[in-house]
Design a protein. Sequence first.
Length: 351
Amino acid sequence: MFEKAGAYVQASTATVISQDTVSKTAHVYFDWGTEPPYAQLYLEKYCKLNPVFPTILLFGVGETHCFPDCVPREEFCRTRFAKEWLMPQGHIDGLFTIVDKSATSCAVFSVFRRMNDGFVDDEMRRRFELITPHVRRALLIGKVIDLHKVQAAQLADSLDTLAAGMFLVDAMSHIAYANASGQMLLREASVLRATGGRLGAIDPVANQALQETFARSAQGDAAVGRRGIAMSLKARDGARYVANVLPLTSGARRNAGAVYSATAVVFVHRATLDMPSPPEALAREFRLTPAELRVLFAIIEVGNASEVADVLGISEGTVRTHLHHLYGKTNTTRQTELVRLVAGYSTALLR
């Protein structure tokens, strides 16, 4: 299916990958078109040299961007990442969007084009934006379900072990099935309710959005679009929950929906603490520019100014200029102090 998504976007490769901003590691969720040796090289080495990070963390979830939005194209082409990882594969251009973001990690859906495909055009961007909600929905629901557990046990039993509440509903929001966690949420009646057997949210605004999404689910994925992805629900005590709605009227999912006469499956779980990642927090606190942010984190990963210049594709003088600005903005005088500053922001997330 992911191969079909990449082909529809008219791309040569398509990837959903998550990078941890604290441990500096990467994890591939889905990949199509990347040769295995290059995929392994990215995980082992080039995820730490990718100049798109950490600038990408300043963008909002669901926004479509091309790589020059992070780094000027000429500068990007001079980076070690471009010269050693992208260009040998023949990549020339691409699009990306953040599909999930937390205080410690960022999951990105990206597509690349090779030389013979040409640069990104309006049609590619249009198709990319059409398919992005489906990719994001698949990733978020996959994380909630924990597919390894589902594959290791009987389906009904494994659904009852989910911490998230799961409901099968029809277009009129009638509940056809609820797992154990879902039944608990209904009994507590703090964030969800079941009036006359119909699923609804306690918060009126969220409830209206839920009902509209359920009604649209009968018409399939295209009708739902971006609706139903990470919908915010507020409990009576002010606690925050998240709902993800997946239509059951498209593709192979129709079989699952037909068994219960349902048009959508809904997952509801407690929202995680909404904290900015270290790069976001630092950029906001010290008013750092994207270029200064890149140099700051390159210093952490690579070392001295000459090595950073080589990795980022800029002159050593430019690196030292950015360092001078960083010292002034953060009230530091040495690189070791910058390292401690970043470490402090990262450590705070692990407490």
